[in-house]
Design a protein around this ligand. Sequence first.
Ligand code: GLA
Length: 409
Amino acid sequence: MSYLDLAVQVAQEFAQAYGRHPRWIVAAPGRVNVIGEHTDYNDGFVLPMAIERYAVMAADKSADGGSTIQIRDVSGVEPVLIDLSAPIKPGSPKWGNYPRGVIAGCLARGINPGGLDVLLHSTVPLGGGLSSSAALEVCTATLLEAVTGKKLDPVEKALLCQKAEHEFAGVPCGIMDQFISVMGRENHLLLLDCRSCTTQQVPVTDPAVQLLVSNSNVKHELANGEYAKRRAQCEAAAKILGVPSLRDATAEALENARGKMEDVVFRRARHVIGEIERTLHAAEGIRASNWPTVGQLMYASHFSLRDDYEVSCKELDALVEIAGNIGISGGVFGSRMTGGGFGGSTVTLVKRDAAAEIKKQMAADYKKKTGIEAAIFVSRPAGGATVVKVAGKDLIAQAGSHATGRLDP
Ligand code: GLA
């Protein structure tokens, strides 16, 4: 569903929940990373795209005129109440820590929306490795911008959201997810230099290919602790190599220092150094529509994540193996796990005219192998966070033919 169609639906859901029309509607996408995994916190490169799955918020000034932000979710989970007149701290329910952290960051910059009634509807699957939390953070920041009319610089906005995740959700993530949710552009991948925070939009214009996102529908518990461990191992490797971060290391220097480090630290660093190179090559391959090369780089990335970085799992390996067995003759160029790992999703580069058949076969073979239903979908690279409706200005109406419905004033 497009974000405009989803916004129309959320406007209606808001009216049902609160008994009036929303004044603001904003949307922020989830992401899939095409290549460049576990490189962002090593100052390296990543190449994600925003997907057509969104966190959408509809809002109005709070009915009682008070200074509380109330966020309800369409699923009916416990709502979040944030009192703006007291210091904002992490609390319960836990899902509220993402918006809490963002709101605290906005208040610190003088962006104070006052009390709000908010309804959240997200189509980014939770635990699917598709950045549902970054979408929620960026959606919250975009809502506060829309309500106050104060715009954050995009880099500052992404960093504010990342800080919320560190300090309020306790996840020491890198910067990729929040950046792509803010800066995604339709039909483009984002080549992000995580050291300088500079970006290049890489167009994907070849109509002959598509990306399939396959959610394994498993999420193994170790994810968070293992993520922090990987970061520490990378830092240890950089220290032994005498460089500020693994971005500055070469494969040759690592090989020469092999005797000075534990084997596990060596393998972590080998993944990161190789992955940074693969990401730059893949960006060139995409610019040249050289899909067989991009596909090979994707497989190489997966094997490195599986064997050296050890963040894959048997379900993700099964999905990649199934795609590999279909192979180029069946329309698959390449496949890999995407995101932090230990479950979540894979991303598969396929020929467009074979996509429907590949999707069917992958789902059937995965079910046979694991007993689990995968959720597989195609996504174009989507645009980043956007204001759909702002008091007095209805962008859905302006977009006209894109949306199936109109919003009431
Ligand atoms: C998670 C983090 C990102 C990134 C990926 C791995 O998605 O949030 O910052 O580190 O894992 O590439």
